[in-house]
Design a binder for this molecule. Structure first.
Ligand SMILES: CC(C)(COP(=O)(O)OP(=O)(O)OC[C@H]1O[C@@H](n2cnc3c(N)ncnc32)[C@H](O)[C@@H]1OP(=O)(O)O)[C@@H](O)C(=O)NCCC(=O)NCCS
Length: 383
């Protein structure tokens, strides 16, 4: 299917790779005669929730409808199959990345993580605000990256709500896949580690797109991923990415919104940012999902989603009670809004200002104290 406009179908190993990632039982296709005209699939992911627990997530992917068959309800039917299957297999949560922000709210998904599209047209102009201690750097080849990156990633995102656990298969078939459609004419991935003593504390992966302008270097360095266990390692890797000779134009399609860069330079307007939506979540099982995460504030709140009112009581950072109640709700929201609230990236009071939650200012303040996560959610993984 060519819905995303790339030529991944032309990759001779494509079908085999797709089969490995998508078990047959979790893929759906609509046929017109013998021709496939629409597809969808579920990938079983592990979602890191506030506190670091991993909640199994039904990840929707490969949603495509042929232009000849659009707007006839095929997506709606595929969504029904996907969600029925997810519920039957006991998933408390479903997630997806959306090609357009307007599609999935109607299916109960709310925006749970955001990222920034960063463009630094000339990194040489950035002025560091204050010197700081940095880590060592180590250039590594692809086989070494395959061996070392998974453990560094796991350590770096262990407490990051919205990040996904990566299986060996995922690393092999998605993170290290070098199909032409993924490169879009840029170089192979480069890998650089940050090292402190004998321990690896982060890595940056990037591609290069050489270029010259009037005889001057104008190459582009495209960050694929930069993850670090702490701010010092993060700053170290930024220093590297911003100072590759001949590549002054630096970009990253999905930087965490709390990255260290903007506050590390005096002239942050040299960094252009566009906020982008990331992971969309649908909470299938409210009790299981809320029991999985921790909360930064204790308290109690009653909220209604669809026709059920829930009583949530948090003590010591954990939901000690989350069950239906016959008492009246203090907050009323849709299932999609609960998905937006779930990882703690956006306060309930802000959603209320957007008319997505109804409730008193006092109940909203209580919900803010309970739900908002001190660690900002981020999903490094597009699937
Ligand atoms: C997006 C896409 C899957 C929609 O498929 P479709 O079969 O035309 O959708 P349906 O006819 O089932 O529409 C279901 C509902 O979603 C709405 N909808 C569909 N596509 C939409 C879009 N791009 N933006 C906003 N609403 C959309 C329809 O209007 C309909 O709403 P309604 O039930 O209130 O009338 C299809 O256009 C497509 O393949 N696009 C290119 C690839 C892509 O973007 N895939 C999604 C990847 S996340």
């Amino acid at each position: 299917m060519s819905a995303f406009g790339d030529d991944r179908d032309a990759d001779p190993n494509g079908p085999e790779r797709t089969r490995a990632l998508l078990p047959r039982a979790q893929t759906w296709a609509a046929f017109d005669g013998t021709t496939i005209v629409a597809t969808a699939a579920t990938i079983d992911h592990g979602l890191i929730v506030p506190g670091g627990a991993v909640l199994p997530m039904a990840g929707l992917t490969a949603v495509m409808v042929r232009p000849t068959h659009r707007r006839r309800g095929l997506l709606r039917e595929l969504m029904r199959r996907h969600q029925d299957d997810a519920r039957a297999r006991g998933f408390a949560i479903g997630g997806l990345w959306s090609s357009e922000a307007s599609i999935y709210g109607r299916f109960g998904y709310g925006l749970a993580t955001e990222g920034d599209v960063l463009e630094i047209p000339d990194a040489r102009t950035l002025e560091l605000a204050a010197p700081r201690e940095l880590d060592e750097l180590e250039w590594i080849d692809e086989p070494t990256a395959r061996a070392l990156l998974p453990a560094i990633y796991a350590r770096s995102v262990a407490l990051r709500p919205g990040a996904l656990v990566r299986s060996d298969l995922w690393w092999r078939e998605r993170r290290f896949l070098e199909a032409p459609f993924m490169r879009g004419g840029a170089s192979l991935r480069r890998h650089v580690l940050a090292r402190r003593g004998g321990t690896y504390v982060g890595y940056v992966q990037y591609r290069q797109r050489p270029g010259w302008s009037d005889g001057l270097p104008a190459g582009k360095l495209e960050i694929v991923e930069l993850v670090a266990v702490d701010a010092r390692a993060e700053a170290t890797l930024w220093q590297l990415a911003l100072h590759v000779d001949l590549f002054p134009h630096v970009s990253w399609w999905n930087a965490p919104v709390d990255d260290v860069l903007a506050w590390s330079v005096t002239n942050s307007r040299q960094i252009r940012r566009r906020r982008n939506d990331g992971l969309w979540l649908r909470v299938e099982d409210v009790a299981v999902a809320l029991a999985a995460r921790t909360f930064d504030g204790d308290g109690a709140v009653r909220f209604a989603v669809e026709d059920t009112t829930w009583e949530l009581v948090v003590e010591g950072g954990h939901a000690v009670r989350c069950a239906p109640t016959t008492e009246s709700a203090e907050l009323v929201m849709s299932r999609a809004t609960l998905g937006a609230l779930y990882l703690g990236g956006v306060p309930a009071s802000r959603l209320a200002r957007a008319n997505l939650i109804a409730g008193s200012p006092e109940a909203l303040r209580r919900a803010d104290r309970m739900f908002v996560s001190a660690v900002v959610p981020w999903c490094p993984e597009l699937f």
